[in-house]
Design a protein around this ligand. Structure first.
Ligand SMILES: *[C@@H]1O[C@H](CO)[C@@H](O)[C@H](O)[C@H]1NC(C)=O
Ligand SMILES: *[C@@H]1O[C@H](CO)[C@@H](O)[C@H](O)[C@H]1NC(C)=O
Ligand SMILES: *[C@@H]1O[C@H](CO)[C@@H](O)[C@H](O)[C@H]1NC(C)=O
Length: 402
């Protein structure tokens, strides 16, 4: 009968699917080459990677997408969860290359976007190559404040309980990495590389996220190595080498309305080399209201760094603000401890707080920063702050001389 034929057909189809699924699940790997990726540096491999991801994400057992060695030409790629299994991994051994043609990125604010994934691991020693040099030449967003036309290399949006380990972000067109709405995400042995003169290429920018660790990582880029924006909580940065770059920053804060508090930033055992700034907190004058507290910088080596210890509540690049109106961001519970090395500016310790909301509960201890150059001797500057001073102070702490 027709009926039994149909049911037989459906059954054998189910059997085939079951066999395929067992095979794949037995290995739990989804190799992008099996999905048609060519890895020849020319053929578009976007769809192959997309399909491998979709199958891995739909699998009910933990799975790994494997991207073997080779150069993969990849357009904007959205790796979307939630996935079925408890965890999913990407073993990136190869090099993903972004289009250098800016038109291929139209209306995309991220090149590779990870979104709504729990238990993600990205590893394998591979590289996300943003091929940014063409973009840097046309980038004036630091001046115009409009950077949206340029894609961020890697976006992590609403990612939880995840690890990014031993991979590289190279020559991004704009920020290398943007972390938004994430909870419990660690970057370990992560490498970021771009020339010191590449505009607006922040290394890792964190916003509205909780429990982000950055450990044992090397960051060389053209803007802040790490920037910590509003709504960041429990951020731990340890064993990071930064430089060239603009330093490790909290902020800038206060430019936009309804920014969320920054709470709990711990920067420890880091080395900065040849950076424009060291460890800093920056907020805009004439700002919206906000708070940032519990921020601690400890055990930091400075090698020829500008403004190694810096609170700047008069942060106003390109004159985009009214300097005369003080910042409304309240800063409190801040410590700078065991910070040593050399400064490339005489202003080695510069704490410029807001006249409207002076900094509260600031402590500086064991500072040893030397400067030799045309600006005279290293000095400390304080405005609207009376820090508690402990241990060694080279240069002499400002509260002691004020
Ligand atoms: C945080 O994420 C890691 C995976 O990287 C996981 O092993 C750990 O259990 C998570 N911690 C919490 C508190 O969820
Ligand atoms: C970050 O590091 C702290 C201190 O080592 C640890 O307690 C916390 O679980 C880590 N968080 C993640 C996301 O790994
Ligand atoms: C400090 O950071 C370096 C990496 O720059 C690492 O090798 C070393 O183990 C760290 N030391 C401690 C005490 O964590």
């Amino acid at each position: 009968m027709g009926f039994s034929k149909i049911s037989l057909g459906a059954n054998s189809l189910l059997l085939v699917v079951a066999v395929l699924a067992t095979e794949v699940q037995g290995l739990n790997t989804f190799d992008v080459r099996k999905y048609g990726a060519k890895a020849d540096g020319k053929t578009e491999d976007t769809q192959a990677i997309m399909k491998a991801w979709k199958d891995a994400c739909a699998s009910t057992t933990p799975s790994t997408v494997v991207i073997p060695r080779g150069k993969y030409s990849v357009g904007p790629l959205m790796l979307l969860g939630p996935c079925k299994a408890k965890s999913i991994a990407i073993n990136l051994q190869g090099i993903l290359q972004a289009p250098s043609d800016l038109n291929k990125h139209k209306s995309q604010d991220g090149w590779i976007v990870f979104q709504y994934i729990d238990g993600l691991t990205v590893f394998g020693g591979g590289t996300f190559d943003g091929q940014g040099s063409v973009a840097w030449a046309v980038n004036d967003c630091a001046k115009t404040g409009k950077c949206n036309s340029l894609p961020i290399n890697i976006r992590f949006n609403f990612i939880t309980n995840s690890l990014v380990q031993g991979v590289t972000s190279l020559d991004s067109k704009q920020f290398h990495v943007n972390v938004l709405g994430c909870n419990n995400l660690t970057f370990d042995h992560f490498t970021i590389t771009a020339p010191g003169e590449s505009l607006n290429t922040d290394g890792i920018h964190i916003g509205r996220s909780i429990g982000i660790n950055i450990t044992n990582s090397n960051i060389k880029t053209g803007d802040d190595c790490i920037s910590i924006g509003d709504g960041s909580k429990q951020i731990r940065i340890t064993g990071v080498n930064c430089g060239p770059g603009h330093g490790i920053s909290v902020g800038s804060l206060g430019k936009y309305p309804n920014e969320e508090p920054v709470e709990g930033v711990f920067v420890k055992n880091c080395t900065l080399t040849g950076t424009q700034n060291g460890v800093r907190i920056k907020t805009w004058p004439d700002s919206h209201q906000g708070v940032a507290s519990d921020m601690h910088f400890e055990d930091i080596i400075m090698n020829n760094v500008g403004f190694p210890v810096l609170i700047d509540q008069e942060y106003c690049p390109w004159n985009q603000c009214k300097q005369s109106i003080p910042s409304r961001i309240q800063l409190s519970k801040i410590s700078f401890s065991k910070i040593r090395g050399t400064s490339s500016t005489a202003e080695a310790v510069k704490l410029v707080c807001s006249k409207g909301v002076p900094c509260q509960n600031v402590e500086i201890s064991d500072i040893n920063l030397k400067y030799t150059g045309p600006q005279g001797r290293a000095k400390s500057i304080c405005k609207n702050v009376k820090p508690t001073v402990k241990g060694q102070q080279v240069p002499t702490a400002c509260s002691a001389t004020a």
